[in-house]
Design a protein around this ligand. Structure first.
Ligand SMILES: Nc1ncnc2c1ncn2[C@@H]1O[C@H](COP(=O)(O)OP(=O)(O)OP(=O)(O)O)[C@@H](O)[C@H]1O
Length: 247
């Protein structure tokens, strides 16, 4: 589904990615992990075409994203949903309007059909239809994340990209959100790519993950692989996540 080939990125003298390659398979929940400043966000932004690729290639849906014209780029972007930390809901729009905005901007569907689809997405993320008329400021943190997720699913994407989706949530809401992600993947066959620091998510939700460290991949595999690894960087990383975030 996604092929990252020999990506190198540097800013001034700082090397952020040093010849990084990995693949993400269709239908998997894949994690991008690493310490602060290790290049996770830049990697994700390059994959979703928000940042330019300096060196190397990225293929999505079998297409090299470097070779796309504007039209192809727009079409390919409709095949993925993004839930970023900065992707807040519009406070002047109610929940249904927030979810429907993607459809309003990208389709010619009539308003009542857009509302119907938005209500379906709301249900999909486990929220009652009564939530539809509420405004973002009336929602809890967990509900806001669910609405933002519903919005990212509005165009029936094949992939969703999530940047620390459970950060700021209490442990119970974070767990419920993790369960929802896994259910949606099972139900819709979604491919999910997420940046996360949460040990519970790493343990319970991710099928595979990579750890970025000093510009390189210090690991690419499953949680089991990480536990069985003798690599000091991986051991240190897991211990750090456990000390910081483990419950
Ligand atoms: N446009 C840019 N210009 C210069 N330096 C940048 C730019 N974007 C990112 N960097 C640097 O690249 C490095 C990696 O940044 P990135 O945001 O990908 O880290 P991260 O792994 O997501 O960290 P965190 O977990 O703290 O969000 C950092 O040192 C950052 O300051």
């Amino acid at each position: 589904m996604i092929k990252v080939k020999n990506i190198s990125t540097s800013f001034k003298e700082k090397i952020v990615h040093d010849d990084i390659s990995f693949n993400i398979k269709k239908g998997e929940i894949f994690g991008i992990l690493g310490g602060s400043g290790s290049g996770k966000t830049v990697m994700l932004r390059q994959i979703i075409m928000l940042d330019a690729i300096q060196k190397g290639d990225i293929e999505i849906f079998g297409k090299n994203i470097k070779n796309l014209n504007m039209n192809d780029r727009d079409n390919i972007k409709k095949n993925w949903g993004v839930l970023f930390q900065f992707g807040a809901l519009f406070s002047s729009l109610n929940v249904i309007e927030n979810i429907g905005i993607m459809l309003k901007e990208n389709t010619n569907l009539p308003k009542d059909l857009i509302d119907d689809i938005a209500y379906t997405k709301l249900k999909m993320v486990g929220l009652d239809s009564r939530v539809g008329k509420l405004y973002p400021q009336e929602l809890s943190g967990g509900m806001k994340k669910r609405v933002a997720l519903a919005r990212s699913l509005a165009l029936d994407p094949e992939i969703v990209f999530l940047d620390e989706p459970t950060s700021g949530l209490d442990p119970a809401s974070a767990k419920a959100f993790d369960t929802l992600i896994a259910q949606l993947r099972d139900m819709l066959g979604l491919t999910v790519v997420m940046i996360t620091h949460e040990l519970n998510t790493i343990k319970n939700v991710l099928d595979r993950f990579l750890i970025l460290s000093n510009g390189k991949l210090s690991m690419l595999g499953t949680y089991e692989d990480a536990l069985n690894s003798n690599d000091d960087t991986i051991k240190k990383f897991l211990k750090l996540q456990k000390d910081k975030f483990g419950k």
